[in-house]
Unconditional design. Sequence first.
Lengths: 336, 336
Amino acid sequence: MTIKDLAAKTGYAVGTVSRALNNHPNVSEKARTAILQAAQEMDFEINVNAKQLKQTHSNTVLVVVKGIGNELFGEMVESIQHLIAQTHYQLVVDYMDEDANEVARAVQLCREKKPLGILFLGGINDHFRRDFASIDIPCVVVTNDASTLSFENLSSVTTDDREAGRCAIEMLIALGHQKIAVIGGDRDVSDTSRLRFEGCVKAFAAHGIPFDPRRDYQGVRFSYQDGYRATKALLDSGREFTALFASADVMAIGAIRALRESGKRVPEDVSVMGMDGLPIGDYLVPQLTTVAQSVSSMAQRSVEILMDGIENGAQCRHETIPFRIYRRESVRELQE
Amino acid sequence: MTIKDLAAKTGYAVGTVSRALNNHPNVSEKARTAILQAAQEMDFEINVNAKQLKQTHSNTVLVVVKGIGNELFGEMVESIQHLIAQTHYQLVVDYMDEDANEVARAVQLCREKKPLGILFLGGINDHFRRDFASIDIPCVVVTNDASTLSFENLSSVTTDDREAGRCAIEMLIALGHQKIAVIGGDRDVSDTSRLRFEGCVKAFAAHGIPFDPRRDYQGVRFSYQDGYRATKALLDSGREFTALFASADVMAIGAIRALRESGKRVPEDVSVMGMDGLPIGDYLVPQLTTVAQSVSSMAQRSVEILMDGIENGAQCRHETIPFRIYRRESVRELQE
DNA sequence: TTGTAGGCGTTATCAT
DNA sequence: ATGATAACGCCTACAA
């Protein structure tokens, strides 16, 4: 079942069939309907490999998602799908492990799918530095600032992570907390983690509160387990704190468990604040206070910027999307 | 950068280059090393489309995952990756939306990737009935019983969902509970949901406990939100219960929240039991009692059965993997 | 062991 | 508007 068969069946030449199938111009209405109908009847399906082998362009927009279990990205993909569905572009989503090289993969996919543009959900700047040069279509990294990379076809849309970290700590301080511990990602690996961390440091400094990263900060992976472990380590070290900021909700969940096992109640004994704004935070007991990234806004701006690049050859931009703090049950005001 | 260039560069013919690249026999060691090295230097990457276009077989094993956000499948994919990594097969994982037709997608991927076998993570029997006929390679559905479908190349590996549902209720009854509500998936759509439900009914019947599905059962989607809503509905209906079985952990999480908002404590006022054994259950407060599916065992048997089919042409099988109940903090014994 | 040539199913280019 | 035909990059007989 190839387009040759379709051609034979309809009496047209393969060229005409191909054009009809791809909505190209210069096909009579008569031919188009005849061919489309025949394709339907014989339930013809095009051979993607042959198509992509010959094709120089496609109308595909690619989304490269780093970290399969990442709930935040899950939501974002949904938003993006929704937005792209309203255009004439086709969306291809590619999921990969947390620790894979997303840029190398994208290079590969470019050869394969010939996309018009790429949306990266998550990423590591080093990977871009190393492998991005060979990509020459408009791209947008989401949740990662790429302004320092200065590739002219690489935009970025991020939450202002430094400011978010700062505001989180500010809020805890405003509530009367002075002894605040922080757990977050490894700031040597992840820029996002580093920025959030720097924001925290800034807030502490502004209030003259001493903060020693080696004692008060645990840098680990973004997972329940690592949040749990990091908090355990903090507790075991004998550090005292009335509040804990976990720079990812998944860590906060692990942290709450660790606190509980040490006999601390949340928020009575320790206030816990997360970050990201995952849906589950709303369902936990206690509900999680969190610095929420605006998933839908980020998705929307990313798509807009990408489209502007694809359709108008617009210059790259680096934008910041406002976050929002949801104060819920897991933090309390400290009474004097 | 094609194999032609490689051929030119090394002085060999494209045929030899192709064979060297694919570890085919009849290539001198000298030629092989020369070619491989040249490929390395020019960082040659093969054109997947051209390769797959011409290829009749590949050494690919395909995993079709239904439901991106499904933590259970996330774990399972990891296990599978680990198992396949020890073989000479290549793994391709394809993720899709909860409500997509996984079999139609698989048919498409067969044409594209020419895999040796397929592992379905999740699935709907109706889709198989409708579209599976055209697939003729060994396949295994995981978490879904396919024995009633009687395709001779379709195996299945499942938890005994009916028995799991029964045991869950039995345990609650053994702990002294008589008024037990159940929330689960829509049993008209999902076989898994139906089986779990039937198990519950069986347990109730065995103990002469009245159970009216229309009053005591809420059938909704597998999500926090739907677990929450279903529980709210149950509470609003005025039904009294001392225990609640949610036939998915995500639902249980939503349920606990709903209970809490109605002033009920878990487990003091209502015991809650989930099912699946998601990692997060361990970190919740209270820790979630759950009927855990043995992810690693399921992954292992699935891969073994698939391999047996691929390598030895073994007949299909339909196996059941033991589940295990983790009794944790969210249930309590009812004192008389 | 190595080289040669034909063809996989499609798109794209050029005629017509 | 349609048809014929040359690529696309690779694999695979088959010949050498």
